[in-house]
Write a protein that binds this ligand. Sequence first.
Ligand SMILES: [Zn+2]
Length: 337
Amino acid sequence: MKAVRYHSPGSPDVLSFEDAPVPEPRAGEVLVRVKACGVNRIDIWARSGRYNTALPHTLGTDVAGEVVVSNDRAVMPGSNVLVYPVLSDGTCAYCRRGAPNLCLSRGFVGVATDGGYAEFVKVPAKNLIPSEKVDPNVAATLPVNYGTAWSGLASRARVGPDDTVLVWGAAGGLGNAAVQVAKYLGAKVIAAVGDDAKSSFVKSTGADHVVNNRTEDLAERVRSFTGGLGASVVFDHVGGDTWGKSIECLARGGRMVTLGLTSGAKSDVDVRRVYSDQLSIIGTYGQSKGDIEHVLELVAEGKLKPSIYKELPLSSARDAHEIIESRGIQGKILLLP
Ligand SMILES: [Zn+2]
């Protein structure tokens, strides 16, 4: 089969479109013919060498396709599926209580195992989510971005109509998913972007207000939209560089949903504000299968409309990575084998 692999970590140039053996599913696993695979920042981190992956390695965490070989009696070949990307042992204390994204030996498809930058991928049958109603090109936009946004905002922070949610990086894949999810949950949405050119796109996806956090005072703007109070929820997927500003933007009793560390892992936070204003710091990592099933259903009902920025052939994976690294994207990039 054709696959995009790298034989040693590095720049986008290490990605090679080449022949690779078709994976052989074991008991309890299935072979999926990949119809679409989303490109995510986690792919870039893996390619850059942040994780200890076996080499050569095939990236790709957001996979939609069709089951072609099943070694599980409950799964029929021919089924259209979306892959739940969190791998778990199914046996630890967290798995037993139904939280595989807390699993002690947690991993992701496309990081811990070969992923969907290929014509075929093998995954555990328990990771399949039936997806007959949603086009695979749309389904493949969902797990990492929409599943994670749903996990952080709906499952963890319990966002509702009384909330004002500030979203960092609101034009990117994850940020824009958070804008749409927060809006669907009934919240008022303030979108932070680093470039005025992205403002109209972000507004078209549901943001009530857009602030350029590079040229404007974000905290002051957020207060101006909230009667001086601040946002009740901040969705911060940027990390160390933005934590302090996120806390500054929160209203008393506010919740900060924090995930990812694109800008680094260290932060100087005014701890006094956290306790005196009774702020909650809510970490979120990955997503549950239920989070993805939920957003898949909302997409099938037309209540969420993922933005697809570009659909590229698998052979153009290198271009996809270069686009994401240049931070010029609005919505999702898909690779189509
Ligand atoms: Zn476990």
